[in-house]
Design a binder for this molecule. Structure first.
Ligand SMILES: [Zn+2]
Length: 463
């Protein structure tokens, strides 16, 4: 009888609700097929009841059986999935083929093993940062949610192959900057893809300093380490599956993402997780929605409506997430980026090879839908110094929308640009910076489509 899997060895977020199934036994439930751990007697019993069980692997080592079963019917990681080394090599090959279209940026190194964490900038002139809407796609904050890395890599392939031949891809790269971080939690991803442990969720931090990594309950949950309501998210128990670390941004993986956000003002981003076929957006806080709730919900709904579920019945749904410690509250609340989590696929964290192309293909449709929103509607404000003409980093805020839950939006120091997606209407805008006279624009019209361009020259006060 298989009943000795310790609680801390079980997956934290199973493919199913805690109460619905015995998670020591049912590894995944995808469509109408269950992957189970069972004794020979149970198999015989099910046969007598009319089920047709197929024995994939027999072993007396229960823990080994459990871990391997998490890879799905192949019982080892299918080669359709990439290791980080393979991802970096493939990206390097694509960059060598299209040097003008892609630039690699090291945004940090991992907490435990100091492996490089890479972002890739893609545009028609990727060597330069340009004054365009910038969009980020990242994968694998959670180590075993490896589909995210595959989706981001597939997007990279699509963009590199399609430039100059596919009209949509060409338009995106001619008008946007697209940033890709295929794997945020590189050490954790390696624990999963190397076959060491398919259930690994956190990073590889050696929390108790015993010199051993990759053995539960070590590690920090990289998606609980951001500094927005940090103390309210995850757990302060170092052995917990959602341990948030010692302090906000204690983990190098989170600092890497902050570096990227500091280098480049982003308009939109998607962080890929698995599973659930749901999009979490910022936010529900108590009973209050985010200041930009209308814009955010409209966007999330549109993306969700373009991603068909694995069972073919309908599309992904949306739900507001809580405002704590995860990526999307920080990106939205601190940086003004409309960031969402997409929980791809359903039934397990690691999908069988046959399901991978379908999940990727559907999520690429979601990406296409998201990118259409980079065309507005909204306000695109350029702030300069009235005397020197230099671009200025200034507060660009809308008092009737913004409240104390979010940091005020700022123009980008490099271009003086602040872009803000809005629903059509008239907006009262305040532009301010220390040492300059505050400028108020009472009624700026946002039309049904497109960006309303505004130029604001701030007068120095001479102080
Ligand atoms: Zn996750």
């Amino acid at each position: 009888m298989i009943k000795n899997i310790p609680a801390n060895e079980q997956t934290e977020e199973g493919a199913f609700g805690y109460n619905d199934y015995n998670r020591q036994r049912i590894i995944s439930l995808v469509r109408n097929t269950a992957l189970l751990l069972a004794t020979p007697e149970e198999v015989t019993q099910w046969q007598s009841l009319g089920f047709v069980p197929e024995v994939l692997l027999e072993s007396k080592n229960e823990l080994d059986l459990y871990r391997r079963a998490l890879y799905g019917p192949a019982l080892k990681l299918d080669p359709i999935y990439h290791t980080y080394e393979q991802i970096v090599d493939r990206a390097g090959a694509l960059q060598a083929q299209h040097p003008e279209l892609m630039t690699r940026i090291q945004i940090g190194g991992t907490t435990q093993f100091h492996r490089p964490i890479y972002a890739y900038r893609l545009s028609n002139d990727a060597a330069k940062v340009q004054d365009r809407p910038a969009v980020l796609f990242d994968g694998c904050h959670h180590a075993d949610e490896i589909m995210g890395a595959e989706i981001v890599l597939a997007l990279m392939e699509k963009l590199m192959a399609g430039y100059g031949t596919d009209a949509e891809v060409t338009r995106w790269l001619d008008t946007l900057e697209i940033y890709l971080v295929p794997v945020v939690n590189v050490d954790g991803h390696n624990i999963v893809t190397s076959g060491h442990d398919p259930r690994w969720r956190k990073n590889a931090r050696d929390v108790n300093h015993d010199g051993v990594t990759g053995v539960y309950p070590e590690g920090v949950d990289v998606n609980r380490g951001y500094s927005f309501n940090w103390a309210l998210g995850g757990s302060n128990d170092p052995e917990g599956p959602s341990y948030r670390g010692a302090h906000p941004f204690s983990e190098a993986e989170n600092r890497a993402m902050r570096n990227l956000a500091d280098q480049r003002q982003l308009l939109l981003s998607i962080s890929y997780h698995s599973q659930g076929e749901v999009i979490y957006y910022p936010w529900i806080w108590g009973n209050l929605a985010a200041p930009d709730d209308k814009v955010i919900k409209n966007l999330a709904n549109d993306v969700a409506a373009h991603i068909t579920r694995m069972d073919g019945e309908g599309t992904y749904t949306i739900a507001p997430g809580g405002p704590s410690s995860q990526s999307y509250p920080w990106f939205y609340g601190r940086r003004g980026v409309i960031d969402m989590i997409i929980e791809t696929g359903k039934g397990t964290h690691i999908f069988s090879a046959a399901d991978v192309p379908g999940i990727i293909g559907e999520n690429l449709k979601g990406i296409a839908a998201l990118l259409e929103h980079t065309a507005g509607p909204g306000l695109s404000v350029r702030v300069t110094d009235a005397v020197t003409g230099r671009p200025l980093d200034a507060e660009v805020w809308i008092p009737r929308i913004d409240n104390e839950t979010v940091d005020r939006r700022r123009s980008d120091v490099r271009f003086g640009r602040a872009r803000r997606l809005l629903v059509p209407g008239n907006y009262y805008l305040v532009i301010s910076r220390e040492g300059y006279a505050t400028t108020v624009l009472p009624a700026q019209q946002v039309n049904a489509t497109g960006w309303t361009a505004l130029a604001v020259a701030l007068q120095p006060t001479g102080q």
